[in-house]
Design a protein around this ligand. Structure first.
Ligand SMILES: *[C@@H]1O[C@H](CO)[C@@H](O)[C@H](O)[C@H]1NC(C)=O
Ligand SMILES: *[C@@H]1O[C@H](CO)[C@@H](O)[C@H](O)[C@H]1NC(C)=O
Ligand SMILES: *[C@@H]1O[C@H](CO)[C@@H](O)[C@H](O)[C@H]1NC(C)=O
Ligand SMILES: *[C@@H]1O[C@H](CO)[C@@H](O)[C@H](O)[C@H]1NC(C)=O
Ligand SMILES: *[C@@H]1O[C@H](CO)[C@@H](O)[C@H](O)[C@H]1NC(C)=O
Ligand SMILES: *[C@@H]1O[C@H](CO)[C@@H](O)[C@H](O)[C@H]1NC(C)=O
Length: 382
């Protein structure tokens, strides 16, 4: 299946953009440039600045907020990009953004403290992320807040996760993409920061796979996801500066191999590639535990599950131990996913399936000793 075919057909068309933005009839607003130090960016952004990789976005903590608009530049996905918006840690709701000015519906996302904010007191936390595994580019030029609103520092959680995966982690086929996928759900339950480098169809091995020009052993170290290949305005990758991951992760979780298997990469070759990848990732994250998922496999209608690389993961773990790395662990997901948990036509977890996986992993993490935060570090005061 060519999952990327749809993207290749998308021409970048610049629709007629109004040149004058500050309309006279609009109430006066405060414009915040994209380089304002109190915008808390997460995920991977290029210098435009624009998002790559599903789940990338930003968080705001605003005093006296009653209106918020985003002005987006011409590197934004045409004709639109889907983002999740969460106000005061409520549910993520999809908003479609386009190049130009976008009003973010705060009042529609009801919360009692919004009325307090309107009265000029209290703070509001707004979280916005691009949830698509493709067509996920938000090119942020500036924010517009109501007059009198003021950005406050957003204090990130004391716990942060880094996830690395393929379609099974990216939330492919889910109505709200990664925002409904197990890595994101785990991050939310633990009240943690989380970056998710996950791309449908990607192999770990650096091969062309299901529309991906590169494998994760290359892509993880780049700012841009594999979608770069299908763009005309940014058809290249740049190194990712891991110092920009602030806070840097406390726990690194990897779930890879489905598409190596799908491309007939041999087990021994896969093991060698994984070991090389772990060495490179360990150079970045020297002290963090690495949690490596074994495959939950492809569940079949007859109740069996087809597993791939049966001996690879134990071998990878043993090899790391021999190298002196006692901070790498397997998460044995055997039996986690059954036919009831997946869409029959593509064997990927459903919304409920992802919730189940997140629940199992959360239990695993607690047993491992990772504790959920009691509260978000940036709290809401009414
Ligand atoms: C895109 O936006 C930039 C910055 O506003 C502008 O310089 C450039 O001409 C625009 N490009 C196109 C093709 O509209
Ligand atoms: C967003 O756009 C998609 C089409 O790409 C559409 O299916 C969906 O209904 C839109 N959602 C909202 C909330 O506007
Ligand atoms: C991007 O560049 C590659 C060559 O490096 C080319 O094969 C590909 O077609 C380009 N993509 C677009 C959308 O132009
Ligand atoms: C490869 O990746 C695609 C998208 O992630 C997935 O649907 C497909 O089942 C995978 N193929 C194999 C053979 O694992
Ligand atoms: C992998 O091997 C199987 C069985 O030999 C074959 O049917 C399939 O086409 C191969 N897939 C790829 C991507 O080479
Ligand atoms: C994972 O658990 C299953 C079932 O308990 C077991 O058969 C398998 O050997 C385990 N895999 C690893 C790598 O430990």
């Amino acid at each position: 299946m060519l999952f990327r075919a749809v993207r290749a057909g998308i021409a970048v068309v610049f629709a007629g953009v109004a040149l004058v933005r500050g309309e006279a009839d609009a109430p006066s607003t405060v414009t915040i440039p994209n380089d304002h130090p109190l915008i808390f960016y997460h995920g991977r952004w290029d210098s435009s600045p624009g998002t790559w990789w599903t789940g990338s976005g930003f968080k705001l903590n605003v005093q006296g907020l009653s209106s918020l608009s985003l002005n987006l530049g011409n590197h934004t996905t045409q004709p639109l990009v889907c983002v999740g918006v969460s106000v005061n840690y409520g549910e993520f709701v999809t908003v479609n953004l386009t190049e130009g000015r976008n009003s973010i519906p705060l009042s529609g996302l009801t919360s009692s403290s919004i009325s307090n904010s309107k009265a000029g007191k209290g703070n509001t936390v707004v979280r916005i992320n691009s949830w698509g595994w493709q067509n996920n580019r938000v090119n942020l030029e500036s924010l517009e807040l109501n007059e009198g609103a003021e950005l406050l520092p957003f204090t990130p959680s004391k716990l942060a996760f880094q996830f690395i995966g393929d379609s099974l982690s990216a939330g492919q086929y889910l109505p709200q993409g990664v925002d409904q996928a197990w890595p994101f759900l785990t991050g939310e339950t633990f009240k943690a920061e989380h970056n998710i480098q996950a791309q449908p169809g990607i192999a770990l091995t650096d091969i062309v796979s299901y529309g991906n020009e590169h494998g994760m052993s290359f892509e993880f170290f780049r700012t841009e996801d594999d979608g770069y290949f299908y763009t005309t305005d940014h058809n290249f990758t740049t190194p990712w500066d891991f110092k920009r991951d602030d806070p840097s992760p406390d726990v690194v979780v990897m779930y890879l191999g489905a598409n190596d298997s799908g491309n007939n990469i041999t087990e021994s070759s896969f093991v060698q590639t994984y070991l090389g990848f772990l060495k490179n990732v360990r150079n970045i994250y020297r002290t963090q535990p690495f949690l490596i998922f074994t495959p939950w496999g492809w569940p079949q209608p007859d109740g069996t599950v087809s597993y791939y690389y049966p001996d690879a993961f134990q071998e990878i773990l043993d090899s790391r131990r021999i190298l002196g790395d006692h901070n790498t662990f397997l998460v044995n997901t055997t039996g986690w996913v059954t036919y009831e948990d997946v869409f029959p036509d593509n064997m990927h977890p459903t919304v409920a399936g992802h919730q189940k996986i997140a629940g199992l992993f959360e239990t695993w993490l607690k047993n491992f000793g990772v504790k959920p935060q009691q509260e978000w570090s940036t709290q809401i005061r009414s």
